[in-house]
Design a protein around this ligand. Structure first.
Ligand code: KG4
Ligand code: ZN
Length: 332
């Protein structure tokens, strides 16, 4: 896997984190993440217009900080997330990247956000054999992808409704644990009994697809039934188990059914300690190598975008001032 020569500046503004990073090959020289979580907390989710405005304010300071902590005045290339995501938010990053690329006279490339997540396992030079199965779990996506090589992705399974991160976030909101909910559920679950409240595990009979929307209704019913008597730690542990269980079972099933030589776990929900531990355990038991990035590269970050862009640049890919932003886009 080749990367572009010199230093690549990555820019990520697809959702609610404004991030800029500088990479030298696969080595992360800086990775600045400015989160808008506090801004969106009162709405219990991301407000697109507010997110775009916040990116406008945060993007240049993030880039300046990323460049200065990497002791870099001018990068050799720029990689920017241009799809999929909130179009207004993405446009802030792409417009900024186009201006800087033109001003500095350096090449620029648009990056698919999910390809960034998939390739995040390679940050820092970690080696993972191809083909491998990638479990990609974030606030917007839950996919099992067979990664044959960089750029050769085959979708093996996905959610038919809510994403795993959404199930964490909606459950946390119903349990009064705030936004974003994944980390809050994990913390509350630490002292809870996962068997206390039985919650549904959607699409049990479908080996590789997921359904998490029934969970939200079940948690709502639980909260209504139990009222003040509810044990939040037990409810959080039960919810976490109902999300992590199917993710583990189906990722392992995908491994069995495919020619994959390893399993990777990426995306914001990959930060979940229970999911990381259970997959590591299952893989060790089955003698399959398992890789997941450090937590700072699981949730949205520009380092993974810089890496995916760097690999694309090394293949000769370039974008120009016509680079557009797209709400939806298939994996390249
Ligand atoms: O990849 P990401 O940062 O943004 C998207 O591309 O969507 O993922 C954000 C999601 C949120 O739903 C958040 O609750 C979840 O990742 N998350 C977690 C944890 N940390 C973040 N979910 C479970 N456990 C965590 N520790
Ligand atoms: Zn993401």
């Amino acid at each position: 896997m080749n990367t572009a020569p010199g230093r690549v500046l990555g820019i990520e503004t697809s959702c609610d984190e404004t991030s800029a990073a500088v990479l030298d090959g696969t080595r992360v020289l800086s990775n600045v993440v400015s989160s808008q979580a506090a801004l969106h907390e009162k709405w219990g989710g991301v407000v697109p217009e507010a997110a775009a405005r916040a990116h406008v304010e945060a993007v240049l300071p993030a880039i300046e900080e990323a460049l200065s902590s990497a002791s870099t005045e001018r990068p050799d290339a720029i990689a920017v997330t241009n799809r999929p995501g909130l179009v207004g938010a993405l446009s802030v990053g792409t417009t900024c990247a186009k201006g800087l690329a033109r001003a500095w006279g350096v090449p620029m490339v648009g990056v698919h956000h999910l390809e960034g997540h998939i390739l995040s396992v390679f940050l820092g030079g970690t080696l993972v054999a191809f083909p491998h199965v990638c479990l990609l779990v974030s606030g917007g996506h839950t996919e099992i992808v067979l990664v044959r090589s960089v750029g050769e992705y085959e979708l093996l399974g996905q959610t038919i409704d809510d994403a795993a991160g959404e199930a964490f976030d909606k459950g946390a909101r119903l349990l009064g644990l705030g936004y974003p909910g994944g980390r809050a559920i994990q913390d509350a679950a630490a002292k809870g009994d996962p068997d206390r409240y039985p919650l549904p595990r959607g699409l049990k009979s479908d080996p590789l697809n997921f359904s998490f929307s029934g969970l939200k209704t079940a948690v709502l019913r639980l909260v209504e039934q139990e009222g003040d008597e509810i044990n939040v730690a037990d409810a959080a542990a039960s919810l976490q188990a109902a999300i992590v269980g199917p993710l583990v079972t189906k990722a392992m099933r995908a491994l069995e059914e495919s020619p994959a030589k390893a399993l990777t776990l990426v995306g914001g929900v990959a930060a979940n300690a229970s999911l990381r531990a259970r997959l590591a355990e299952e893989c060790a038991r089955n003698g399959v190598p398992f890789a997941t990035p450090p937590i700072e590269y699981c949730t949205d970050n520009a380092a993974m975008i810089a890496l995916a862009g760097s690999i694309r640049l090394a293949e000769g890919q370039r974008d120009d001032l016509w680079l557009d932003a797209f709400a939806n886009a298939d994996l390249p």
